[in-house]
Design a protein around this ligand. Structure first.
Ligand SMILES: [Zn+2]
Length: 83
């Protein structure tokens, strides 16, 4: 791997970044890195999509109902048999 030190740090912060649980400073760090590192940016965009699906799934379980039918379709696509 040719990961720069920044990248592993960025990776660590990606989840809390998506979860909006970072401080403003940390968010700025991640944002800045993503703007300058296409590898992490790609990773972030992937994580973001996944995270939204997971989040949406949890919301459904919690009885919230802002999932559009389009998202539900995407979710059911994602749920194609893993077994
Ligand atoms: Zn990076």
């Amino acid at each position: 791997m040719t990961a720069r030190p920044d990248c592993s740090k960025c990776e660590e912060l990606l989840q809390p970044f998506l979860d909006r649980s970072l401080t403003a400073d940390e968010r700025a760090t991640v944002q800045h890195h993503l703007e300058n590192c296409s590898a992490c940016d790609r990773c972030y965009k992937l994580e973001e999509v996944l995270w939204k699906h997971v989040r949406n799934c949890c919301d459904q379980q919690a009885g919230l109902e802002f999932a559009s039918s389009e998202l539900k379709q995407k979710l059911s696509d994602l749920r194609t048999p893993l077994v």
